[in-house]
Design a protein. Structure first.
Length: 393
């Protein structure tokens, strides 16, 4: 077990009609003029955007709006938001949507008080010490950005996708009404569940294996997502299961399932290059990469994969063949991915085999021109990264 600091300052307001409290919460955290940041048609079609605007008007909160955030949120939209916030003297950002909208909001929040190019933050050329306060009305449980310090932005110049983490961007509050997730398409629901699970699995696959309480929390979360996934795909309006998934998304990425250990995160880094190059859904990309990563690294700590197979995937433990048990756990996860409509390789993800040139380019970006390794469970040099992409092709 490693020493740790646990910091999760976000106020969670969870339940039916919880968005009714949005104006009071903005005022509570000092907002006087708000940027309402949102994605595409769903916030408008569902009536949620109109409701938030009405509540602000009734509550005496000034606001401006900026929509158009897309999956794998773009730097150009961040620039647009920074300019609008400065022009309108915005002092608070409310994300209405999922992880992409929240991540874009965090990037805007970094950029408003910074005189330079906000991409400097993601390139580690500048460390912000202040940002505008951010909050969210969550509509898509997946990224966990509503309680985390992380954000990921795609720079269209070169299709480079980079994440950045800083506690100053943790949202002040997160409003979570599971009813707002009823209209999510099945594919987006499944990809979100995959992302939630991977946020825990990136922390779970660690050599710090003597924190049993953290393990138990992580395993319970993973089993719950496996239980809930087929139920919400069968009945999208099942409040009980939608609520479990929504809360699971927050727990998976507010660091609770990582206390006492060093996480891996190689699958996320490998996937960032997939979604940066092919603009695929992040959760689906994770499902396409993880089985190949797992097969490549499991011998580094077979017992950890055995525990996952038995305690999460329900595989019978063959004590005479631990490697066989570990592999059966990976295979069980592949069957689960397929059962909810997720891919288990890149061919299934993009509809064709990835080319050698594309693999080389993803490795170049993932390794930052061959200079960086990825991961902790097994430290992946550029050659290892290439091997995993090839296993996944």
């Amino acid at each position: 077990m490693v020493d740790f600091n646990y910091y999760a300052p976000t106020e969670v307001v969870f339940g039916k009609d919880s968005e009714e409290q949005v104006a009071g919460l903005v005022k509570k955290y000092g907002g006087t003029k708000v940027l309402i940041h949102y994605g595409g048609k769903s916030a408008i079609k569902s009536g949620l955007l109109d409701k938030v605007e009405r509540l602000f008007k009734e509550g005496g909160v000034q606001y401006v709006t900026l929509g158009g955030v897309v999956p794998n949120p773009r730097l150009s939209k961040v620039h647009e938001g920074i300019e609008l916030c400065r022009k309108e003297k915005v002092d608070f950002i409310l994300a209405v949507g999922g992880g992409s909208v929240i991540d874009s909001s965090k990037a805007i929040a970094y950029g408003v008080p910074y005189d330079g190019e906000v991409w400097d933050v993601y390139m580690r050329m500048y460390t912000p010490e202040t940002c505008l306060p951010v909050a969210s009305v969550l509509t898509i449980p997946a990224a966990g950005s509503e309680m985390s310090e992380s954000s990921v932005i795609t720079n269209e110049d070169g299709d480079v996708k980079i994440g950045y983490s800083n506690n100053i961007s943790r949202p002040k509050f997160a409003i979570m009404n599971p009813e707002r997730t009823y209209t999510l398409p099945p594919y987006q629901t499944a990809a979100g569940i995959t992302d939630i699970m991977m946020h825990t699995m990136e922390r779970y696959f660690s050599h710090d294996d003597d924190m049993n309480l953290t393990d138990a929390v992580a395993e319970a979360l993973l089993r719950t997502m496996i239980e809930c996934a087929p139920e919400v795909l069968k009945d999208p309006t099942n409040y009980r299961y939608r609520a479990q998934i929504m809360w699971g998304g927050s727990i998976a990425h507010n660091d609770l399932t990582g206390c006492g250990r060093v996480g891996d995160w190689a699958t996320h880094q490998l996937e960032h290059e997939l979604s940066g190059m092919f603009d695929v859904t992040h959760g689906a990309g994770l499902a396409a990469v993880w089985p190949s990563w797992a097969r490549y690294v499991y011998k580094c700590n077979v017992s950890r994969f055995v525990r996952f197979a038995v305690n999460v995937m329900g595989v019978e433990n063959d004590f005479t063949d631990p490697e066989g048990t570990a592999i059966r756990g990976i295979e069980a996860m592949e069957r689960f991915y397929h059962s909810i409509g997720m891919p288990i390789n890149i061919h299934e993800l993009i509809g064709r085999e990835v080319t050698d040139a594309e693999i080389k380019e993803m490795v170049r970006k993932c390794s930052h021109d061959g200079k960086d390794t990825q991961g902790q469970f097994k430290v992946l040099a550029p050659a290892d990264q290439e091997a995993i992409y090839r296993l996944a092709k």
